[in-house]
Design a protein around this ligand. Structure first.
Ligand SMILES: [Fe+2]
Length: 345
């Protein structure tokens, strides 16, 4: 297996390829290095089949969407990933075939809800779940230190000790470690109970990264052309969350709020379907179309998307424009479907 890190920086992007078939995959590409990746793949005579983000990144813009436009490669992410244009959603235990390579998907959420690790050929790409001598922070929206601990213990630390660990970030100049080394000496997790880990992660006191607004919400929505001014974290946290059962009860009682779905056109008709009576206004055009909703300024509005992330952004945008009673469908169409509630397709 060909395996090379391509950034030579703190963010790691890996090119993996099957040397027999010349089929290749990029893991966690950066937007600004898209040209480099295509050049390196071409230099080695590889054809890119897949672009995998191990999670929705908060510190850099993903290169997956540009690269998917520029090549025939398909974007792959975990099924809870909020962004549109993910061609293949994966979940724990799935296998991604690239030539002769069999890349096994391991669910490792907690840094984000959509975190995966990828195990192949004696290596494991751990995203920001497990870092060398550390772990990814769990204090971003949707983060969960307990879930992160479980993923590390149950999915990663059960791999053979000599498995090489290749994380999405390294801030200390490390390049490689093994599961055995991390089990024995990772200061965040070695010898710590789940409760101790949760306590440790709650008290790290880290500042938020500089580019979190520009990077995280751009990656969540695949809107990365600076056309949209994203709300800040305070505005996002102020949005009221409506559960699927609460919304369904109101619809059944004949007391439905206005329902606005902010996904893309093709998602509205995909396998998750959409809420009966909902109106589609994609997030990218919502600010321009908000004037059409003027008659709803004093009414209740519930915003809907795939996982409840883009719709929270949409709810904060409408709130900022003077809409008074806006809430978000918690968990989006994923939770709505999991609850077995009615959809139109
Ligand atoms: Fe991350």
């Amino acid at each position: 297996m060909f395996c090379r890190e391509l950034n030579r920086g703190k963010c790691k992007t890996y090119l993996l390829a099957c040397e027999r078939t010349r089929r290749a995959v990029l893991i966690d590409p950066l937007k600004e290095n898209s040209g480099r990746y295509i050049a390196v793949a071409a230099y080695h005579g590889f054809r890119l089949d897949y672009l995998i983000d191990t999670h929705t990144h908060a510190d850099h813009r993903s290169g997956t969407f540009d690269l998917a436009d520029l090549t025939d490669a398909k974007v792959v992410m975990e099924r809870h990933a909020p962004a549109p244009h993910v061609a293949l959603h994966v979940t724990n235990g799935d296998v991604i075939e690239v030539g002769d390579l069999r890349i096994k998907v391991l669910s490792t959420p907690g840094h984000t809800p959509d975190g995966i690790s990828l195990a192949v050929d004696g290596r494991v790409f751990t995203g920001d779940a497990l870092l060398i001598g550390g772990t990814g922070r769990a204090d971003f929206p949707g983060g969960d230190a307990g879930q992160q601990y479980d993923g590390i213990m149950n999915a990663l630390f059960t791999l053979p000790d000599d498995t090489v660990v290749l994380p999405a970030h390294d801030y200390r100049g490390n390049h490689s470690s093994t599961i055995g080394i991390e089990k024995a000496s990772n200061p965040r997790v070695a010898g710590h109970t789940r409760a101790q880990y949760i306590d440790l992660m709650a008290n790290l006191g880290l500042a938020l990264p500089d580019k979190i607004q520009e990077a995280l919400q751009a990656n969540q929505s695949a809107i990365d052309d600076d056309s949209l001014k994203f709300p800040d974290l305070t505005q996002l946290n102020a949005i009221r969350q409506t559960s699927p059962s609460e919304l369904n009860a109101r619809i059944k009682a004949g007391n439905a709020p206005a329902i606005i779905d902010v996904r893309e056109q093709d998602e509205y008709k995909d396998e998750l379907g959409h809420l009966p009576g909902s109106r589609l206004i994609p997030l990218r055009v919502l600010p321009a179309k908000a004037a059409e909703l003027d008659n709803l300024k004093g009414s209740e509005i519930v915003l809907v998307c795939r996982s409840g992330v883009r719709s929270t952004t949409a709810a904060a945008i409408l709130t900022g424009l003077g809409f008074e009673h806006v809430s978000n469908l918690k968990g989006g169409m994923l939770e709505w479907n999991e609850a077995g509630l009615p959809v139109d397709r």
